[in-house]
Write a protein that binds this ligand. Structure first.
Ligand SMILES: CC(=O)N[C@H]1[C@@H](OP(=O)(O)OP(=O)(O)OC[C@H]2O[C@@H](n3ccc(=O)[nH]c3=O)[C@H](O)[C@@H]2O)O[C@H](CO)[C@@H](O)[C@@H]1O[C@H](C)C(=O)N[C@@H](C)C(=O)N[C@H](CCC(=O)O)C(=O)O
Ligand SMILES: Nc1ncnc2c1ncn2[C@@H]1O[C@H](COP(=O)(O)OP(=O)(O)OP(=O)(O)O)[C@@H](O)[C@H]1O
Length: 513
């Protein structure tokens, strides 16, 4: 069951812990009476406060969290942790105020204390990289399930334990939610936990208080330069995941120069995986067969270890993701022979990855809804699609507003060069002018392929119907961007929209479904 509740999973039976002990342990400066006061939860958003919570008021980009202390108190917060600026804002609230110089940096430790997660020792997997994190996380979960191991999962798409899931807001939740989620996973007896770990999560202390057993790296390509400025700085944000403070060992795909550099920069033992036979590595993955809905590959490792298997998704990059997941499992102590037996002799990985090259219909044009929103994601999926498509490829896409505008030109160029027809539409304009975003994409596509077939259709529903109107059997439509998402964000408002549902409707309307 999946719910749209984005406030995160928490323990259902939390212990009540004394605030005075917390203040003593973390050296918090106490203003107000905390005698006998107990907390059962912790959050940094007043919107998600529950009765008995400690509310953490952080200085943000738009506001200071302490401004929302009255909202937090009314919802049941028993005290607020904040900084000196927050003390001034919260002093009149009537709630005890606990002050520390850098509350964000303390968040992981505070949350681990409130939810007592240090006592919980599942096999912890972390996955990072620009593209492929969510996919690797789902593949890990699927193989573990086939091995009979219950695992918990935290991805961009959802936070999941077995059949129970909530929709995600961020890729990696804030530390308060991460530890709440871990506590909930302990209640469910999850033996393994997989956490998709973004660069932002490392920079912003979201996975503090966690030491992963095995971390994996997929790739590093153009994205998030609005946050990091340069690829070098973006790389440096990822490196700390491969140090003893955050992980015991790592697995790195070293196909790219960034992967090779990460393997060198890591200060924990690192296993290297490559898809290039000539490259020095511990494991090699080679594609055996590609079709529109399955990719078969062989993975060879040290000591003659070998497995041949498949993933029920289009694309070499998905086989790379699967190979990474397999090596991470081996490094975590699951023997490859056991994995091979669990998958069935030569059998495949039984995984569903929501909104990643997700095929929508089996008749008419092949329609894929994908979460690709970066140049490299476009390249990987379009290249793979070309190898298995007899007819034309129609690429439908837009670009995020308020997110790294420097990648838009490259996205437009790649779409035009690697497809036969391009339809540019709106994605999440957020606070930006959607027409201005479309113009950058359209201009880039036109400049790259001046005679190319190109349409600009603002409304995504109309845009999909345009793409469908120019497609026939044997052709493929790649709708890149929305993936699993169920909304469009326009000027701060989430407007319900599911590309998957709308595509099914349009296919139905046109008689393909
Ligand atoms: C730049 C950034 O990371 N911003 C995050 C930050 O927002 P902010 O500093 O602007 O917060 P703010 O709006 O100023 O509010 C300050 C504080 O008041 C609180 N508040 C605010 C309003 C209110 O009514 N009540 C309340 O308590 C907020 O929870 C916050 O703690 O703190 C918020 C609360 O946790 C996050 O939601 C928000 O993430 C935004 C939405 C975001 O998009 N972040 C992106 C860059 C991100 O983190 N992406 C990565 C990678 C994605 C990927 O490639 O996979 C991710 O992990 O998701
Ligand atoms: N290994 C890969 N290399 C290149 N592109 C990939 C790879 N894996 C997935 N992609 C592309 O990136 C898109 C997003 O994949 P996925 O959600 O697994 O990555 P992610 O790192 O979790 O992304 P995000 O951080 O945005 O959530 C896919 O829909 C596909 O287009």
């Amino acid at each position: 069951m999946t719910t749209g509740d984005k406030s995160g999973l928490r323990p259902e039976r939390p212990d009540a812990r004394l605030v005075s002990e917390l203040a003593g342990q973390f050296g918090l400066d106490v203003h107000g009476d905390i005698e006998g006061l107990r907390v059962t939860g912790i959050t940094l958003s007043s919107k998600t406060v529950q009765q008995g919570d400690l509310y953490v008021g952080l200085a943000g980009v738009h506001a200071h969290g302490a401004q929302f202390v009255d909202d937090a108190r009314e919802k049941g917060a028993v005290a607020i942790v904040t900084d000196a600026q927050g003390l001034a804002l919260a002093a009149q609230s009537g709630l005890p105020v606990l002050v520390t110089a850098e509350p964000r940096a303390a968040l992981g430790a505070l949350s681990a204390w409130v939810y007592q997660t240090a006592d919980y020792a599942p096999v912890l997997f972390g996955v990072t990289g620009t593209n492929g994190k969510t996919s690797v996380a789902y593949i890990l979960e699927a193989i573990l399930r086939q091995l009979g191991v219950l695992s918990g999962l935290s991805t961009t798409a959802e936070r999941r334990i077995g059949d129970w899931a909530v929709t995600s807001a961020l890729t990696t939740p804030e530390a308060t939610e991460v530890h709440g989620l871990l506590a909930r996973m302990r209640e469910a007896d999850a033996e393994a936990v997989i956490i998709e770990t973004s660069a932002q999560a490392l920079t912003r202390h979201r996975v503090d208080g966690i030491v992963f057993d095995v971390v994996g790296f997929t790739n590093l390509t153009h994205d998030h330069l609005d946050d990091y400025g340069t690829m070098q700085k973006y790389f440096e944000a990822k490196v700390p995941l491969f140090t003893a403070e955050r992980a015991k060992r790592g697995v790195v795909i070293n196909d790219s120069e960034w992967g090779t550099r990460l393997a060198r920069a890591a200060t924990i033992p690192v296993t290297q995986l490559s898809t290039y036979p000539g490259k020095a590595a511990d494991w090699y993955a080679a594609i055996l067969r590609e079709s529109i809905d399955e990719t078969r590959f062989i993975l060879n490792g040290p000591d003659n270890l070998s497995i041949t298997t498949s993933i029920p998704v289009l694309g070499r990059h998905m086989a790379e993701n699967a190979a990474l997941a397999l090596v991470m499992l081996v490094d975590a102590g699951y023997p490859l022979a056991d994995i091979a037996a669990a998958l069935g002799q030569g059998g495949g990985i039984d995984v569903y990855i929501p909104g990643r090259a997700e095929r929508i219909a089996n008749s008419g044009p092949a329609v894929f809804i994908d979460y690709g929103h970066s140049p490299d994601a476009f390249t990987s999926t379009l290249d793979s699609l070309r190898r298995v498509t007899d007819g034309r490829i129609i690429m439908l896409f837009g670009a995020d507003g308020d997110r790294d505008p420097s990648k838009r030109v490259e996205m437009g160029q790649i779409a035009a060069r690697l497809s036969d027809a391009v339809v540019v539409t709106d994605f999440h304009p957020r606070s930006e002018d959607p027409a201005a975003i479309r113009k950058v994409l359209v201009d880039a596509a036109r400049a790259a392929v001046p005679e190319g077939e190109l349409y600009e259709v603002a409304d995504p529903r109309d845009a999909f119907r345009k793409a469908l109107s120019i497609a026939g059997p044997g052709d493929a439509i790649l709708y890149a961007g929305p993936g699993h998402e169920d909304y469009h964000e326009v000027a701060g408002v989430h407007i319900p929209y599911s590309a998957r549902d709308d595509a099914r409707l349009a296919l139905h309307e046109s008689g393909w479904l």
